[in-house]
Design a protein around this ligand. Structure first.
Ligand code: 1GP
Length: 244
């Protein structure tokens, strides 16, 4: 089954959780062990990506190690066209919609598109919107970050994403953000579009995950909490909150 079909099918009955692992932050075997734990706790897919230090070598090695241990989809969350892998099940083919640079709007995508086509991995078109503070991805992606007080601006970008025919929209506060995307903003976007809404960045406890889901997030992404082996119980509680 295609990964997008799996996402749509799962969302018919349930909210989803995805675990983000950065291939630059641990060895492939460690990433695979973390992915296995996350899936055991109920995470629906593993996303692989990071803002810096991602190469096609560590991307491919990490994906292969993970795929040898789990059945759930492994999706590339790309930084650039220079760090792709044919071992993934799919790639978020995304445009950073509020970037000030055409590099992140369409140029990296132009460079990557023929490579992805040759590799035969499934592209999932996604509108990526970076919310204040945006953290590293906001800086690197030259985002004109959406102020936390402007839910209508995030909603307008999301409507544009849907009108472009993109299949998913992602509200991103940035990995390690001190606070997640505000619930009013999630609600405004949820009420404005019919495509599934992904929310991530700064979700570090079950309560924040519950708030995001109650506001209308369809898919919750956590990265940082999955990186600390000693804090995996937090990941378990977050996944439980998303699914309940
Ligand atoms: C970043 O939304 C993801 O792209 C996850 O963020 O690391 O803060 O969970 P965290």
């Amino acid at each position: 089954m295609k990964v997008m079909d799996f996402i749509e099918k799962t969302l018919k009955n349930n909210k989803m959780h995805m675990t983000l692992l950065d291939p630059d932050k641990q060895e492939p075997e460690k990433a695979a062990a973390l992915a296995e734990k996350a899936v055991e706790y109920g995470s629906d897919a593993i996303m692989i990506g990071g803002s810096t230090g991602v190469t096609s070598k560590n991307m491919d090695a990490t994906i292969r190690a993970i795929k040898s241990r789990i059945e759930k989809p492994v999706i590339i969350f790309p930084t650039s066209a220079g760090a792709l892998s044919p071992s993934a099940d799919a790639i978020y083919f995304m445009s950073l919609m509020n970037s000030k640079s055409p590099v992140f709007l369409v140029r990296q995508q132009m460079i990557g598109a023929p490579i992805i086509k040759n590799m035969g991995i499934e592209p999932i078109p996604m509108g990526y919107i970076v919310i204040e503070p945006g953290m590293k991805v906001g800086e690197i992606g030259m985002a004109d970050v959406i102020p936390r007080t402007k839910p209508e601006l995030a909603a307008a970008y999301a409507i544009a994403a849907e009108m472009f025919g993109l299949r998913l929209v992602y509200l991103e506060a940035g990995s390690g953000a001190p606070e997640p995307v505000p619930s009013e903003m999630i609600k405004a976007v949820h009420e404005s579009v019919n495509i599934p809404l992904i929310v991530g960045g700064g979700i570090r406890d079950a309560e924040s995950a519950r708030i995001a889901v109650n506001a209308g997030a369809d898919i919750v992404v956590t990265g940082t909490v999955a990186e600390d082996h000693k804090k995996l119980y937090v990941l378990r509680d977050i996944i439980k909150a998303v699914k309940s």
